[in-house]
Design a binder for this molecule. Structure first.
Ligand SMILES: *Cc1c(COP(=O)(O)O)cnc(C)c1O
Length: 396
């Protein structure tokens, strides 16, 4: 029998992190002591009070059945309370919040609710690959908006051609941003609401890193902007905030019609998030902010160590205000010495892996506008970050 993949699947680039994982495994098999600054996955454990709740809830038979629906009302109330407390935003729990099996799940499925073949989806470039993947699965057309350093890595809506604008149905934005670590300004969010209203575009704001911020500067929620709830929704994740990547829990909030559309898709393909996990999620949302302050303090210290270390090599590196990434312009010294390569970001990543045993991510893997940059995470202990810098110093 001849087994052939769908055209949609063939259209997708190989999922970035799977490729990097292969490279990493190979080096490890060769006995290299790898420092992994590649994928954004917290190395710290899930906060203990959350695990304690899970340990109790998992024994309760009432948690063992199909969860169904858009989330436990208690969970939805906890989300709504958290938004009120954190942002002073009012959300009606039943219709304006929705549990997700990780935010990636909702981000990947929402297209199926709104995209017909040929509809255009605006995706940031560089950007989280799932915005594009969901577009392709729904037979939509991605239009990539370059995120340029000179614009603070925010897209310039005025550069989108009129003939494209007519076909746009969905817009993805993501702040604090992966991979550039940029934070959105209030003005940008306000422009986004106006732009969406004018062109009848649904806004999906991915706020996975809202709680990973530095120097006490808390990023805005898109929902804090007047009119935001009329035009879109915001995705949140427990993964980065509470070190819960493996648990698979997230949520979306905002426009009730948009959420109802996403809910209708989900009813047909999943059966909800495990109730025990939702109950652990409630405990997470109710934790005093001091718990997440501690996580932020750890990342901030690591950020300072990595940024100072790279600068000591003569690299020009901006210190991120949020997210656990450092977005690094490929140093001139390296690009001057490697003029003929197809992708300078991939070349530097290869150099760091083969010469230093360091895994990083090439910017081009997030889209063509990411070329010329690499991404390092601070999801590794400080000693390893220092070691990484010293390994580079030896061969630089
Ligand atoms: C990590 C990440 C997510 C996914 O989070 P989950 O809730 O674990 O699915 C979503 N968006 C961005 C930009 C991310 O980096």
């Amino acid at each position: 029998m001849k087994i052939e993949l769908s055209n949609k699947l063939k259209k997708l680039p190989p999922y970035l992190f799977i490729e990097i994982d292969k490279m990493k495994k190979k080096a490890r098999e060769e006995g290299v002591d790898i420092i992994n600054l590649g994928i954004g996955d917290p190395d710290l454990p899930t906060l203990k009070p959350i695990i304690d709740v899970m340990a109790k809830e998992i024994y309760k038979p009432e948690n063992h059945q199909y969860p169904l629906g858009s989330g436990l009302l208690e969970f939805k109330k906890a989300v709504s309370d958290w938004y009120k407390e954190r942002y002073n935003v009012n959300l009606e729990p039943a219709s304006e919040t929705m549990a997700l099996i990780g935010s990636k799940e909702g981000i990947g499925h929402i297209h199926l609710a709104f995209i017909n073949p040929g509809d255009v989806v605006l995706c940031p470039d560089p950007g989280y690959p799932v915005y594009n993947a969901g577009t392709i699965f729904a037979e939509g057309e991605p239009y990539f908006m370059p995120l340029l350093q000179e614009n603070g890595f925010m897209p310039d809506y005025t550069k989108i051609p009129v003939n494209i604008l007519k076909r746009v149905k969905l817009l993805f934005i993501n702040y604090p941003n992966n991979p550039t670590a940029a934070v959105a300004t209030r003005k940008f969010f306000e422009d986004t609401v106006a732009f969406a209203k004018k062109h009848n575009i649904i806004v999906c704001h991915d706020a996975a890193y809202s709680e990973v911020y530095y120097d006490g500067q808390r990023p805005l929620s898109f929902m804090q902007i007047e009119g935001a709830k009329d035009v879109g929704i915001e995705f949140h994740s427990f993964s980065k905030t509470f070190n819960m990547t493996g648990w698979r829990l997230g949520y979306a909030v905002g426009n009730n019609e948009v959420l109802a559309g996403l809910g209708a898709v989900k009813e047909n393909i999943d059966s909800g998030a495990f109730h025990a996990i939702q109950r652990a999620g409630i405990a997470a949302l109710k934790l005093p902010v001091s718990w997440t302050d501690e996580i932020r303090a750890v990342y901030q210290k690591r950020r300072d160590t990595l940024v100072a270390g790279l600068r000591s090599l003569g690299w020009k590196v901006e210190s991120p205000k949020a997210a656990f990434y450092v977005w690094i312009k490929v140093p001139l010294k390296f690009s001057d010495a490697n003029k003929d390569v197809k992708s300078i970001s991939s070349e530097l990543v290869k150099f760091l892996l083969t010469k230093c045993g360091i895994v990083s991510t090439p910017g081009v893997g997030f889209g063509s506008s990411g070329e010329g940059y690499i991404r390092m995470t601070v999801c590794a202990p400080e000693a390893r970050l220092k070691e990484a810098v010293e390994r580079i110093r030896k061969v630089w």
